[in-house]
Design a protein around this ligand. Structure first.
Ligand code: EPZ
Length: 417
């Protein structure tokens, strides 16, 4: 089992280049199933979740050629509609193949993803919304067995709750539905806009008619296209926090500041100096860090995927803070580990109370989920001495070459087998 050894504390200085977005790549990879021939994708991040999704597509019959900076997906003989448990269990985003398989083949058997440490992660909104498009489904032995005997029929659907995955599954499914589908109360994360750009470039007809309403006019097929995935705003935000935390100065490239506005505002309020330009953000940390009361919310609110990282920064503030986690029911798993480094954070339900004025002590730590894991790396960067982070396969699911990128800007960090 690999682990990371981090020797803190030192200021990070230099430039970090952001990789492609995990959460844009997954729905776009799933959407390539709509194609009956070739799609080329560029800028996919080299991370475990993408490898898993590619393996899943290959198990469905896609032929995938991996080149240095792109993949070529050939679906000429893609005919399978069965996504097995042993693949889906390792990556929940696999449920995103349900919509495209139903759109293309009018049937699918996909393992239900099950929960994960941060929450039950139900898919009821996905399934109930698909049934409004004419899909019949049942859950049998952990599999969603779905058919659309008369094909998918466009209709009006209002999501009962804002869901990124359900919005993505339904937009993709509706691309081949007969007639027009209107989806209301959609999630509008930048990764969803990237998916819509991909679909429209491929010949679909998806238009935003108001802030959270999208109208899709069904088409019969999609064209061969070559598409570059957007960059990863959560990876960018993570390294912005690293600069503020270590009182260093980092230039984060390949990030459009307008898609990370809320996090920029919060970091400025906390005390970081932030200079933005068209495609990069320069963050300089300051000694004095101010506590804040913040809450996570669907985009454009504070990203829940940034909550753990910002919590580490607030531990160093010279007054107390609170964080309200509004998206997932169990997304404070990093608290116990941070407390082993001296953080003294307490939680009650979805509230975390951070006293501040903390000097992290190094420790041997256990990663639990992707974003919790990276918060331990951040804390270890500012703890004087050697910390060890175990179970870093969680990290490798979502961060490309994290130790290489950090080492390049002065972190003393190494991966140990
Ligand atoms: C996506 O998960 C992201 N994953 C998550 O990123 C991210 O944290 C989340 O959106 C919120 O922004 C990918 O894009 C692959 P949701 P998703 O459906 O789609 C409830 C990371 O670290 N819900 O928006 O699963 C759900 O339980 C990951 O990169 C239902 O009740 O999130 C949650 O409380 C972690 N029924 C809330 O909605 C449903 O059918 C938001 O979930 C679906 C969701």
């Amino acid at each position: 089992m690999q682990r990371l050894e981090v020797l803190g504390a030192n200021k990070l200085k230099g430039q970090i280049n952001i990789s492609g977005s995990k959460n844009a790549s997954l729905p776009i990879l799933a959407a390539t199933l709509l194609s009956k021939n070739k799609i080329t994708l560029k800028n996919l991040p080299k991370i475990k979740d993408i490898e898993t999704m590619i393996t899943l597509l290959e198990s469905l019959g896609s032929k995938i050629k991996k080149k240095r900076d792109k993949i070529i997906i050939d679906n000429t003989n893609q005919k399978k509609t069965f996504a097995s448990y042993n693949l889906v269990k390792t990556m929940r985003g696999s449920i995103l193949v349900l919509g495209p398989l139903l759109a293309k083949f009018k049937k699918a058997k996909v393992s239900s993803p099950g929960g994960c440490v941060i929450g039950v992660r139900p898919i009821d909104i996905h399934l109930k919304s698909l049934s409004k498009l004419g899909v019949k489904y049942k859950i049998d032995q952990g599999y969603v067995i779905a058919t659309a005997p008369k094909g998918l029929i466009g209709t009006k659907i209002r999501f009962p709750k804002i869901s990124v995955g359900a919005t993505e599954n339904l937009i993709i499914a509706a691309c081949f539905a007969k007639g027009t589908t209107t989806l209301k109360n959609c999630a509008i994360e930048p990764e969803i806009l990237d998916l819509v750009n991909f679909l429209n470039k491929a010949g679909c007809n998806v238009k935003w008619t108001s802030k959270r309403t999208v109208k899709i006019i069904g088409v019969a097929s999609i064209k061969n296209i070559n598409y570059q995935i957007m960059f990863d705003r959560i990876e960018a935000g993570t390294y912005m926090v690293a600069a503020a935390l270590t009182e260093g100065s980092l230039k984060i490239t390949n990030i459009k500041p307008d898609i990370i506005q809320t996090e920029i505002k919060i970091l400025r309020k906390i005390g970081a100096k932030i200079k933005i330009s068209k495609n990069d953000i320069k963050v300089t940390g300051r000694k004095k860090i101010k506590g804040l009361n913040i809450k996570t919310a669907p985009y454009p609110g504070l990203a829940t995927d940034m909550q753990a990282q910002i919590m580490v920064l607030l531990c160093k503030a010279n007054n107390k803070s609170t964080i309200k986690e509004n998206i997932f029911e169990n997304r404070f798993l990093h608290v116990a580990e941070l407390n082993r480094m001296g953080a003294q954070i307490s939680t009650k339900g979805n509230m975390a109370y951070i006293p501040g004025n903390i000097k992290f002590a190094p420790a041997e730590l256990m990663a639990t989920d992707l974003r919790a894991s990276v918060s331990l790396v951040l804390a270890a960067l500012t703890a004087k001495g050697k910390s060890v982070i175990n179970r870093i396969y969680h990290l490798d699911r979502g961060y490309e070459n994290i130790e290489k990128k950090l080492k390049k800007v002065g972190a003393k960090i190494r991966r140990v087998n």
